[in-house]
Design a protein around this ligand. Structure first.
Ligand SMILES: *Cc1c(COP(=O)(O)O)cnc(C)c1O
Length: 381
């Protein structure tokens, strides 16, 4: 089944006569007989009703759908994208173990590893997006964790090379796949063991829910599954239901985000206020060849590097925008602007120079209206 069809037809097993499955909210699950209760305790966690914390029918619908969309066996939903990342990292951490993270990994996940996990005796190291990781792997390396393209700097990684180096030593590679979504990115086909999504972004698509999703084979998911069980990371059935609904329109939304983002990016390249547009979907981008190899599309968001300007000019630009709201996150139907926070760039070997980095999420508005909005804000700047 093509992804577009799967998005429409999967995840409706418990719908009965309705088109959409109802939300099942539960803490307590009751059983008819002792034998059924015992059987549930021996089943795989997060795959069947046991206790609310390991999910309800709504959770399982979403998890089965997501595993199928990613072409793998299992999925676990978590409270947020960050909770999914920290669960994967913590499940592979421990005294004497070594975690190798790409420098462009989502900032709060890196901070979590460098504080909480390092404090408990895990060695945390980072590598640059264009580095050959072969010599960075150790006998104690338990996980390589990447995000492509990198948050904010939009640098691409050579995932095939990274997976080949890691798998030669039996080390799993986890990848934050939020930007590509299952519509444009097939992480497991490239050799990724664990794929992580902030479903808060494109999958939810409406800026009204937080959710994380982790997918992989049953074997690859085993440590993550036990960690999630022990730590109580839990996605609410309501958030899972909203993500299922978001999936129905994901393919059309992604193609429209891509079309509009490309139009806005090309227009930005003609502007004197803009030094560089960082978007792997552009032929001028240094990551374009890798993007073409690994992705079948690009929804955005992307970043721009401005020509050097004063703080006051920068404030006039951001404050002058009417259609781009100022806020964290992306992936919703509405356009957003965010000044790139230096905190997220820490440790990158190729820091952009003095020009300010700004991240744009191009929503589902008309491309011409968005360019007009940017033009009038540049004029105020
Ligand atoms: C937003 C984001 C996250 C975190 O997701 P939350 O649901 O906000 O915790 C993780 N990874 C990437 C790439 C993100 O953009």
């Amino acid at each position: 089944m093509h992804t577009d069809t799967a998005l429409v037809h999967l995840g409706r097993e418990t719908a009965a006569a309705a088109v959409n499955p109802p939300i099942v909210r539960a803490s307590t699950i009751v059983f008819d007989r002792l034998a059924a209760y015992k059987q549930a305790q021996h089943g795989r966690l997060f795959d069947a009703p046991r206790y609310g914390r390991s999910g309800t029918a709504t959770t399982f619908e979403l998890q089965r759908t997501m595993a199928a969309l990613e072409g793998t066996e299992a999925c676990i939903a978590t409270a947020s994208g960050l909770a999914a990342l920290t669960a994967v990292l913590a499940a592979h951490a421990g005294p004497g173990r070594h975690l190798l993270l790409c420098a462009g990994l989502y900032g709060p996940a890196r901070t979590y590893a460098e504080t909480e996990l390092a404090r408990a005796g895990t060695l945390i190291e980072t590598f640059a997006h264009d580095e050959d990781i072969t010599h960075r792997l150790r006998s104690t390396t338990s996980l390589v964790c990447v995000e492509t393209p990198a948050s904010l700097t939009m640098q691409m990684l050579d995932l095939r090379a990274i997976c080949a180096a890691a798998s030669a030593r039996g080390i799993p590679v986890a990848c934050d796949s939020t930007w590509g979504t299952p519509v444009f990115f097939r992480p497991h086909a490239l050799g990724i063991s664990l794929s992580i999504h902030a479903a808060t972004k494109f999958i939810g698509g409406h800026s009204d829910g937080l959710l994380g999703l982790i997918t992989g084979t049953h074997d690859a998911m085993a440590p993550v599954r036990s960690y999630c069980d022990r730590s109580g990371t839990h996605a609410t059935p309501d958030a899972c239901w909203m993500a299922l609904r978001g999936l129905r329109t994901l393919a059309v939304r992604m193609r429209r985000h891509q079309e509009t983002a490309l139009a806005v990016a090309h227009w930005l390249q003609t502007r004197p206020e803009v030094r560089r547009v960082l978007y792997p979907a552009l032929e001028s981008d240094p990551g374009h060849a890798l993007w073409r190899q690994q992705f079948s599309g690009a929804g955005g968001p992307f970043s721009i590097e401005l020509q050097p300007c004063s703080e006051a000019q920068f404030a006039r630009l951001v404050d002058g925008l009417q259609l781009f709201s100022l806020g964290t996150s992306w992936g919703g139907f509405e356009s957003l602007v965010l000044p790139a926070v230096p905190h997220h760039l820490r440790g990158l070997t190729t820091l952009p120079d003095e020009g300010r980095l700004v991240r744009l999420h191009v929503g589902l508005e008309d491309a011409g209206d968005l360019c007009d909005d940017l033009a009038q804000a540049f004029a105020q700047m």
